[in-house]
Write a protein that binds this ligand. Sequence first.
Ligand SMILES: [Zn+2]
Length: 248
Amino acid sequence: MKSAYFEKFGIANLEVKDLEEPKPDKDHILIRVEYATVNPIDYFTIEGRRKVHPLPHIPGVEIFGSVAEGEDKGKKVVVYPRLFCGSCYLCVSGKEMLCSGELFGVSSNGGFSELALVPKKNVFFIEESTSEEVASSLGVGALTAYHAMKSVEPGENVAIFGATGHTGMFLIQFAKMRSCHVFAITRKKSRWLKDFGADEILSPEEAYEEAKRQMHDSNRSPWLTNFSPFIPISIKRRKIYNFWYPDR
Ligand SMILES: [Zn+2]
């Protein structure tokens, strides 16, 4: 099978090679990868900024594909990338995303490959009608947004930084499903964010002014953020949901 693969850390060391196909055991399913997205975590993996296993390594955390063999062959699946035990307190209380710090594609070989070996409990069947673009963005982009949005009360105001990104587009839609008022924060003149449900599109500078304006307004509690340069001004009066930070 063709795979993107590195033996030493560093993006320059990533190459495409023919590797031996993995063999599934009773706890794993072999997936034929159809789409694999590229996320910051993949870059951190390739650069060696995470604890990576095994080495040499196939990266790729977020994939969509189909079952490669067996009675479910051909069925569409996505991979939930958090490698969870399924039996600890966190797992049985629905917080399996906090079970371990390990991820498919980081703590195991991933999906930048024609075939990927995935634990059975991490494989989820999806509707045949689901588009490839959406299916391939569920494991990281959609779930990151979904978990972040669980903390938001219906009807709250939320500010979404990086609104044009993978996660940001899901955040806008989930926020609207919770009847939130959405400030989409972006440096780009991206009017199309309105199509996803953004109520207001602000530059970071405009957001800063809005944050100052709302400092004394007790009815306002925005700031759902995946990167907040505004924490010093907003932290006194608002809930901060910071689910990601830039590695720089
Ligand atoms: Zn667990």
